[in-house]
Design a protein around this ligand. Structure first.
Ligand SMILES: NC(=O)c1ccc[n+]([C@@H]2O[C@H](COP(=O)([O-])OP(=O)(O)OC[C@H]3O[C@@H](n4cnc5c(N)ncnc54)[C@H](OP(=O)(O)O)[C@@H]3O)[C@@H](O)[C@H]2O)c1
Length: 269
């Protein structure tokens, strides 16, 4: 294999999102990306959809690249990473695996290996992700910037110095899309209960969530300010907000996040 900029070890959903982001952002040409996967179907898909180089050999892809993204499932990580120890010396290694700590990666790859542990999220698939990045002590400033640029191609990216915050990040941006999809589904269902046809109700619910997030992002206003602006005294929104308060929406969301953070901590051992 010819030398490439980026190698993806494991070429599933998240690797595909990152590859798509890099290509769409013009940060890499297809010939500068290698993807290794045990699944022949995934390799065929990646090479025909994006024109990237594919291989069944993780070591071949990692050897060819300056930056290696570890994108297999957490439970398969040790078996995949340990044999790459000799190959990744001097390269930047980025892990996207949930719950795999920097200390574990350093045990498998060596403490002198520059490693960035990250927590991306599913909206990266729509190039609207949120990623937290934690570099280890071996990373230089340039390594951190290279890693940040990769995730900036698929959304927003923030560097965290404290790896301990990743459980909170997991509970918020990692699991958050699941909570939001549940809310979306409940809003659409609520519309149907009030007499709207199902397809129309889903369309109204989706555009309402999307539009509200976009307005909050573009206005830069506090969510509470925006909420108060749409809730005029004696109006319909305020009547609904009072029902949400009686149903303890805030406390329920907070306990969902606490449960997710607890589980994230358990999974990373
Ligand atoms: N999806 C998300 O929302 C999300 C969010 C944050 C973090 N992550 C992390 O991203 C990582 C990948 O998740 P994903 O959703 O992209 O999973 P995925 O779609 O299952 O991708 C993993 C890929 O790796 C392949 N693979 C398995 N064993 C391999 C091996 N020994 N060598 C090479 N390739 C191998 C799998 O093939 P087979 O399917 O044939 O096994 C699959 O194509 C995980 O560690 C996860 O924690 C995902």
């Amino acid at each position: 294999m010819e030398p490439v900029k980026y190698a993806f070890v494991g070429a599933g959903n998240m690797a595909e999102a990152l590859i798509r982001g890099l290509l769409e952002a013009g940060a890499a040409a297809p010939s500068e990306i290698a993807a290794a996967d045990i699944s022949e179907a995934r390799r065929t898909h990646l090479s025909s959809a994006y024109g990237v180089c594919t291989t069944a050999s993780n070591a071949e892809a990692a050897s060819a690249a300056a930056l290696v993204v570890l994108a297999v499932k957490p439970q398969g990580m040790e078996a995949v990473v340990a044999p790459l120890r000799e190959v990744v010396g001097g390269k930047l290694v980025i892990s996207i695996a949930a719950g795999i700590r920097l200390a574990q990666l350093e045990t498998w790859l060596g403490t002198d290996c520059a490693i960035v542990r990250t927590m991306p999220n599913a909206p990266a698939l729509a190039l609207a992700g949120m990623t937290a990045l934690c570099p280890n002590a071996a990373c230089r400033e340039a390594d951190v910037e290279t890693a940040r640029a990769l995730f900036s191609a698929v959304g927003d990216a923030v560097i965290l110095d404290d790896e301990g915050l990743l459980d909170a990040v997991t509970a918020l941006s990692g699991c958050g899309p699941g909570f939001v999809f549940e809310i979306l589904d409940a809003l659409a269902e609520g519309g149907v209960n009030l007499g709207l046809p199902e397809t129309l109700s889903r369309r109204f619910a989706l555009q309402t969530l999307f539009g509200s997030a976009k307005l909050a992002l573009e206005s830069g206003l506090e969510p509470a300010t925006l909420r108060d602006r749409v809730a005029s005294p004696g109006g319909a929104t305020l009547a609904g907000l009072e029902a949400l308060s009686r149903g303890k929406l805030r406390a329920t969301l907070h306990s969902a996040m606490e449960a997710a953070a607890r589980r994230s901590k358990e999974l990373s051992g």
